[in-house]
Structures are given as C-alpha cells and as structure tokens.
Design a protein around this ligand. Sequence first.
Ligand SMILES: Nc1ncnc2c1ncn2[C@@H]1O[C@H](COP(=O)(O)OP(=O)(O)OP(=O)(O)O)[C@@H](O)[C@H]1O
Length: 274
Amino acid sequence: MIVVNNVWKEYGDQIVLERVSLTIEDRAFVALVGPSGCGKTTFLKLLLGEERATQGTIVLDGKPLAPEPGPDRGVVFQRYSVFPHLTVLGNVLLGKEFEASRFRARLVGAARRDAIEEARGLIAEVGLAGSEDKYPAQLSGGMQQRLALAQALIMQPRVLLLDEPFGALDPGIRAEIHVLMKRLWNETNLTVVMVTHDMREAFTLGTRVIAFERPRNRPDERERYGASLSRDIDIWPPRRAGVLDPDSPDRDGPIHEVGASRDDPAPSPQGDPA
Ligand SMILES: Nc1ncnc2c1ncn2[C@@H]1O[C@H](COP(=O)(O)OP(=O)(O)OP(=O)(O)O)[C@@H](O)[C@H]1O
C-alpha cells in the first residue's frame, strides 16, 4: 500500500537517509526504531508530505504521494499535537471545520450537529467522555495524547503517523494507552507507522519492527553517509489487525474498557463474553 523506493533525503551537504526502500502492507503497524538523530522523524515527515525526498519515490495506494499533508494521513507527535486555546470538543472538530470551510474553519446547521455527534462519539471512544469542554492544560499528559489520537482519527485517515506519541508518559499510563492504541488499530481501517525509542513498545504494538541505522558512523563520516534500513523484523506469531491470536491470547489482550482504571481486574483469560 505504501511503496518507498530508493529514497534519499539530504539537507544541504548532510545526507540523512539513503537507499531507503520498503513496502508497507495495508493495515500493518510498523514500529520504527533506531539511534537518536538517524532520521526517523525525517522519514515520517516524508510520509506525511511535510518534506520532499531528494531522490526516490513514495507511492501511496498506487499514486505518488501528494506533496503536502492531506486528510488521508493523520499525525500525532510526542507533544503539541493539540491546540491549547481550543476545548477538547473544539480540537476534535477542527479537521471537519477546515474540511467544510478552509478559510473560516466553521461548520453550520445540520452538518455542524452531525460533526459534533461524531466528535463526541470519538471522544468517548478514547476515554474522554465528560471532558468535552475542558482545555488541554486541564488534562493530564495521557489524556492529551488520547485527545491527539481522536483529533487525528476524526478525518478517518488511511495512514496514521505517530512520532513517539507515548514517549513522555509514565509507564502505567503508557500501558493504558497501548490498550487503546491496539483497539483503535484493530477496529479502524488504519495503517500505522510509529517512531519509538522503546523496544518493548515496538514489540507490544507492531506487526513489524524496522530499524534505521547509519552504516558508517565515525564523526567525520556522519554527514556523508545517511541511515538506511538495517533490520526488518516481522513479529512472530504474526499479529493481524482485527484478529486476536488464538494460540497466544494474552499477547494481544485482554482488551478491556478504555479509560478503565489500571487497578480494575482484567477479564478472565478464558474469554469472558463481557
Ligand atoms: N529541517 C532540517 N534542516 C536541516 N537538518 C535537519 C532538518 N531536520 C532534521 N535535520 C537533521 O537530520 C538528522 C536526522 O534528524 P531526525 O529528527 O529525523 O532524527 P531522529 O532519528 O528522529 O532523532 P531522535 O530519535 O533524536 O528524535 C539530524 O542530524 C537533524 O539535525
């Protein structure tokens, strides 16, 4: 679905990425790891359309990637994905408002009512029901990242790009949001590419873990050689969107209520229908 063919990215004299080729299948969850500064965010920006490749091509669904970000690609960063001066509801509605009126960013009448209903549904789905009128500063870090996910998902993107979205969260909150992330990926038609520094997170969420590395990394070589793919690991047994692995049910489960406290008892492994 996404085909990256011999992509290079240079900034001035510095080669950041070189010879990057990979194919990402529909509904994959690719976790991208690698040393700091090796070009992971740059690669995500190329997929987003925020940067152009110096050489090479990126094809999405058989067509060259649009040269600017579009509604087919959503993005969540580690911080600052949401707008501080808008409420939770305002943040989630924003994409719809821009879609309706690019310059005024406003919806009216029935279209507005429908969009509000949809936004409220999504806010509840990410566990933020009741916080619709709060501002981001009134939310915890984990709640802000849930909001950022809802904000990205309202446009029903085909591809969700995540740049260390959970990196600033403490481990307990991160585990909760992993459950949410898995559920969203399982239940929507998303292909996900996520940059992370956390190998455990990569293997918990990914269907595939890809490492970028600079093959030559001496200080004098650092700018002349870019990073390329050094590892490409398929998770075993394969993890597939929407399919709970019957052989190792705990690996992808238990999927319990979003927003439920960490202290809540987990459902029984025998498969309590609730
Ligand atoms: N707009 C830019 N102009 C010039 N150089 C840039 C630009 N963006 C990134 N770089 C350089 O590209 C290299 C890769 O940066 P990038 O942020 O992609 O790395 P990363 O692997 O995501 O790092 P980290 O894991 O620390 O976030 C760095 O040396 C950085 O200085």
